[in-house]
Design a protein around this ligand. Structure first.
Ligand SMILES: Cc1cc2nc3c(=O)[nH]c(=O)nc-3n(C[C@H](O)[C@H](O)[C@H](O)COP(=O)(O)OP(=O)(O)OC[C@H]3O[C@@H](n4cnc5c(N)ncnc54)[C@H](O)[C@@H]3O)c2cc1C
Length: 406
């Protein structure tokens, strides 16, 4: 066992940190207020290889492994605690990778170089108005093949990057039923372009946080797709979605750790210089003890998260560990990191006193941003608990299986 970073990992962290601290951090309030990631930042991210970096080089990616992908996620979270830029980064890193694994050659050549150069977006569209947790029970979107084309009908909701995809171009990997009688084995994945698509109507939500990236929905009414927009094998879409969720959850863990570390650093600066009762408030045990707890917990969750990334690298590159092993590790990271980042930020807001309740300080952007990941983006906390318990007890104990065990 070796807990040290390689030279390559250290150089990558330094490169991303320098860029993010210099170019992103000073503009987070602007991004939050304008509800938009500035184009020059997207361009520089593309130049640095920060857009879908997990994608193979032949499609414009950097073919980075998951530890490297997590390092960048952590550094972007440290710089942008509102999490808008980390969302752009991690959604594309996770789902761009899934597309690069399972998409047709024609579709990958059409979209991935555009994504990695910042001219298109790749996202995920699973959730529907009837619910996101029980997707098998709730999903109504259907795809039917007619004369060599796929016809999609249905609605996706609470989808990240709808405005970006509509403006820039790109695709959302969209889950649709292709066999209504086969439960989770009856779904397929489709690459659905939202831009200039006359048979798609989009909507946008006014979110609580991570304002720089949009959340919206889209309705497909007889949306026609070429055959090469089917991603992977027919009726395997549910499995590809679960694989992508694991990847996204590990990156979420890393980015929430980065945001929590940044918050703790801001808090430490404040408690060393803010005086009350004749001494810096950092001298009081009521302040120091939570600091020690938070630091220890962040370090623990960081280990959990990087171990999950390491397992993914072993799975993809050395054929060790299964998707179930990775799903368990990813769920543990996603269960802890967002909620914990939220707790840390709440504590720091207390330390800041009234300042923490104003927009003079960035902590409120962090609180609004990380909440998206504990509420549900890429799976709710209870769904993480269900995955963990499923891996411990076996799938016959899944709470929604309705099987009576004697
Ligand atoms: C900011 C944001 C961005 C998002 N981006 C995307 C995206 O890009 N693509 C996409 O497809 N989706 C996206 N989502 C949707 C997200 O995946 C869903 O919100 C999530 O899956 C939960 O679905 P739901 O909101 O319908 O809640 P529901 O599924 O209705 O769940 C409501 C509550 O019930 C609980 N619950 C449900 N079943 C059980 C159970 N068996 N046991 C215990 N508790 C249970 C849940 O944990 C939750 O607390 C996004 C969400 C947010 C907030």
């Amino acid at each position: 066992m070796d807990f040290s970073w390689t030279e390559e990992q250290e150089i990558w962290r330094k490169t991303v940190r320098e860029f993010a601290q210099k170019k992103i951090k000073p503009r987070v309030r602007e991004i939050d207020s304008n509800k938009k990631i500035p184009e020059d930042i997207v361009e520089e991210m593309a130049q640095l290889g920060l857009l879908a970096p997990t994608v193979p080089k032949q499609y414009g990616g950097s073919d980075v492994d998951w530890i490297m992908a997590c390092i960048a996620a952590e550094e972007l979270g440290r710089a942008d605690i509102s999490l808008a830029i980390p969302v752009l980064y991690l959604v594309e890193a996770a789902w761009g990778y899934i597309f690069s694994r399972y998409g047709t050659e024609k579709a990958k050549k059409e979209y991935l170089p555009q994504v990695t150069s910042g001219k298109a977006f790749v996202g995920i569209a699973v959730t529907e108005p009837q619910g996101g947790s029980d997707i098998v029970g709730a999903a109504k979107t259907k795809a039917v093949k007619k004369e060599g084309r796929w016809i999609l009908n249905g609605e996706k909701i609470f989808i990240s990057g709808v405005a970006e995809s509509k403006k820039w171009g790109g695709i959302h990997l969209t889950l649709a039923r292709t066999d209504p009688n086969s439960g989770h084995r009856g779904f397929s994945f489709f690459a659905v372009p939202l831009k200039n698509n006359p048979n798609i109507e989009t909507t946008l939500f006014d979110d609580m946080g991570r304002m720089g990236i949009s959340t919206g929905g889209f309705v497909m009414k007889n949306t026609v797709l070429h055959e090469h927009h089917l991603v992977g094998e027919l009726n395997k879409g549910f499995y590809y979605a679960m694989e992508g969720f694991s990847a996204a959850r590990v990156l979420i863990g890393a980015t929430c750790i980065g945001a929590a570390e940044a918050a703790l650093e801001m808090g430490m600066e404040h408690i060393k210089t803010r005086y009350a009762f004749g001494q810096p408030i950092g001298c009081f045990e009521g302040i120091q003890f939570p600091l020690a707890e938070h630091y220890t917990n962040i370090e623990g969750i960081k280990l959990l998260t990087y171990r999950a990334a390491w397992m993914m690298d072993k799975m993809y590159r050395e054929n060790r560990f299964t998707h179930h092993d990775v799903a368990l590790a990813a769920a543990m990271s996603k269960l802890r990191a967002p909620m914990y980042a939220f707790d840390v930020m709440n504590e720091i807001a207390d330390w800041l006193g009234a300042l923490g309740y104003t927009k003079e300080h960035s902590i409120e952007m962090g609180i609004r941003g990380v909440r998206s990941y504990s509420i549900g983006a890429e799976g709710t906390m209870n769904i993480m608990r269900i995955i963990i318990a499923r891996e411990l007890l076996g799938k016959e104990f899944l709470p929604y299986k309705n099987i009576i065990i004697r």
